[in-house]
Ligand binder design. Structure first.
Ligand code: HEM
Length: 452
C-alpha cells in the first residue's frame, strides 16, 4: 500500500535529543521521525537491538498475522504490566497464552454477548438516570471521569453481575489512572527505577494494585461460597474447563484473568466514548443523524441485532477509533531474523506498530485529521487495506472483547446522545495524552442538558 521505500536509521544524536520529549509525549517525536525517515524506521536501543517503528499496513499485517509465530509480546506487556495486573490473556505468550485464549474465547461468543447486552443496557439506564439527577443542580461534568464511571459500572456488572459497590467505583477510576501513570513512567524511564524505589512510589503502586485485587478476590470468594447461575463472565471463568485435562482454572488464574478483563474492558471503551462525544458535540448534524437512527433502530428494544443495525452509529465509533485509537501503539519482539518487503528484522528487535500514525497517514486517508464518519461506509471500506485500520489489533491476538466493546459503545453512545445535549467548554484545553491508552490529558469539560 505504501509501496517500497528505503528504511533509515535515526542517528544516535537525534535519539538522545528526543529522549526527554519522548517521556513527556511520544506522539510529536514519532511523528517527526516518520516525517524525516519514512513509514518504517530503525532506532538503536541500548542493548544493541533495534526498535523498528512502523506505520506500514503491509509490515503490520506481516507481524500480527502472516508471520505471527515469529513474534511475541515484549516485556513491557508481560513484565511491566503483568506485575500489576497479573499473568493472563493480555500479558502472556506462547503455549500458556494459547491455552487461556481457547478456554476464555467461548465466553465472548454471540449467545453469551446477547445476554451481556441485556446487563449492559440495565446498567446504562441506571447511569443515565443517576446523571440526570446529578446535573439538575449543576450541569457541568468532566466527561472522561463520567465515561470511566459508566464503563467501570458496565464491566463490573458484566463480569460479576452483582457489580461493585458504587462508592468503590469512583475510587477504582482514580486507582486505575494512578496505576497507568506509574506503569508508563516505568516503561519510558526504566533507568529511574532506583529513584522510584527510593521515593516509595514503587511500593505505593504495588499496594494500589493489591487493593484492586482484594476487591476482586472477595467477589470471587463470595461467588464460591454462594454459587449461582449468573450468565456473567465470572461464571464463565469459574466453570470453563481445559480441554486436555478437564480441570478448572485455579483461584489465582481466575483472579488474574478477571483483573485483566476488568482492566482491558473499561479504560479503552471509556476513552473511545469520551472522544466520540467530544467530536459529536461539535458536529450537531452528525449528532442528529446518530440519534434519529438510534431511536428508529431500537424502537422494538435494545438488543444485539437492533444495535448492529445502527450503521451510522458504528461509523461514528470507527471514525473515533481511527482518530483516537485507545491502544495507540502495539509492540512485539522478533524471535528469529525476518524480512518483510526490504525491511530486515533481527532476532530480539522490538517492533513498534504505531496505530495512531497508520490511522492518520496522509497516503492512506484523505484529510486524516478531520472527523468524517462517512469514510467508513461500506463502499469506501471495500478498498481499504485490512491493516490500515486496526484499533483492535489483528491475527490470533485480536482483542477478545472487540464485539463486546462495539456493542457497549454503540449502546452507550445512542443512549447518551438521545438523552442529553452535550456542549464542550471551549475555554478548556483538550489534548490527547498517550499513556497505556490514549486519553485526554486534562479531561474534557462539558455541560450536559437533559433532552429526553
Ligand atoms: C474500544 C475498546 C477496546 C480497544 C480499542 C481494545 C484494543 C485491544 C487491542 C489493540 C488488543 C491487542 C493488543 C496486542 O496485540 O498487543 C487487545 C487485546 C485484548 N483486549 Fe481489548 N480493546 C478494547 C476493549 C476490550 C474489552 C471490552 C475487553 C474485555 C471485556 C478487552 C479485553 C482484551 C483482552 C483480554 C486482550 C488480550 C487478548 C489476547 O492477547 O488474546 N478489550 N485489545
Amino acid at each position: 500500500m505504501l509501496g517500497e521505500y528505503k528504511v533509515n536509521t535515526v542517528p544516535w544524536i537525534e535519539t538522545i535529543k528526543g529522549v526527554f520529549q519522548f517521556v513527556e509525549n511520544p506522539i510529536p517525536v514519532i511523528a517527526g521521525a516518520l516525517n524525516e525517515y519514512g513509514p518504517t524506521y530503525y532506532t538503536r536501543i541500548v542493548n544493541g537491538k533495534k526498535l523498528v517503528m512502523t506505520v506500514d499496513p503491509d509490515v503490520i499485517q506481516h507481524v500480527l498475522q502472516k508471520n505471527n509465530k515469529n513474534y511475541k509480546k515484549s516485556e513491557i506487556q508481560t513484565k511491566s504490566l503483568g506485575k500489576y495486573i497479573g499473568n493472563g490473556l493480555l500479558t502472556t505468550n506462547g503455549a500458556y497464552w494459547l491455552k487461556q485464549r481457547r478456554l476464555i474465547q467461548p465466553g465472548f461468543h454471540k449467545a453469551k454477548l446477547d445476554a451481556l447486552v441485556k446487563t449492559m443496557h440495565i446498567e446504562l439506564n441506571d447511569y443515565i438516570s443517576d446523571l440526570k439527577t446529578r446535573i439538575q443542580s449543576d450541569n457541568k461534568v468532566e466527561l472522561s471521569m463520567e465515561m470511566m464511571e459508566l464503563t467501570l459500572r458496565i464491566v463490573s456488572k458484566s463480569l460479576f453481575s452483582t457489580g461493585i459497590d458504587a462508592s468503590q467505583i469512583k475510587n477504582l477510576g482514580k486507582v486505575f489512572t494512578e496505576l497507568q501513570e506509574y506503569i508508563i513512567r516505568e516503561v519510558r524511564q526504566p533507568y529511574m527505577g532506583w529513584w522510584r524505589r527510593l521515593n516509595g512510589s514503587a511500593r505505593k503502586t504495588m499496594k494500589l494494585a493489591e487493593e484492586v485485587k482484594d476487591i476482586l478476590r472477595e467477589i470471587i470468594a463470595e461467588r464460591r461460597r454462594n454459587p449461582k447461575d449468573s450468565d456473567d463472565l465470572l461464571d464463565m471463568l469459574l466453570n470453563s474447563k481445559y480441554e486436555d485435562n478437564g480441570q478448572n482454572m485455579s483461584d489465582t488464574q481466575i483472579l488474574d484473568e478477571a483483573l485483566i478483563l476488568f482492566t482491558a474492558g473499561h479504560e479503552t471503551t471509556a476513552n473511545a466514548l469520551t472522544w466520540a462525544i467530544y467530536e459529536l458535540s461539535q458536529n450537531p448534524e452528525m449528532c442528529a443523524l446518530l440519534s434519529e437512527e438510534y431511536v428508529k433502530c431500537t424502537n422494538e428494544g435494545v438488543n444485539m441485532s437492533t444495535l448492529m443495525s445502527c450503521s451510522y452509529n458504528s461509523m461514528v465509533i470507527n471514525e473515533t477509533l481511527r482518530m483516537y485509537p485507545p491502544a495507540w501503539i502495539l509492540d512485539r519482539v522478533a524471535l528469529k531474523d525476518d524480512l518483510v518487503k526490504n525491511i530486515k528484522i533481527r532476532e530480539g528487535d522490538l517492533i513498534g506498530m504505531y496505530v495512531y500514525g497508520t490511522h492518520r497517514h496522509a497516503d492512506i486517508w484523505d484529510n486524516p485529521d478531520r472527523f468524517e464518519p462517512n469514510r467508513f461506509c461500506k463502499k469506501e471500506m471495500a478498498n481499504l487495506h485490512g491493516y490500515a485500520f486496526y484499533p483492535f489489533g489483528g491475527g490470533p491476538r485480536l482483542c477478545i472483547g472487540n464485539h463486546f466493546a462495539m456493542l457497549e459503545m454503540q449502546m452507550a453512545l445512542g443512549g447518551l446522545m438521545t438523552n442529553f445535549k452535550w456542549e464542550v467548554d471551549t475555554t478548556h484545553h483538550v489534548e490527547p495524552q498517550p499513556l497505556i491508552t490514549l486519553r485526554p490529558k486534562y479531561g474534557i469539560k462539558m455541560s450536559a442538558q437533559i433532552l429526553a
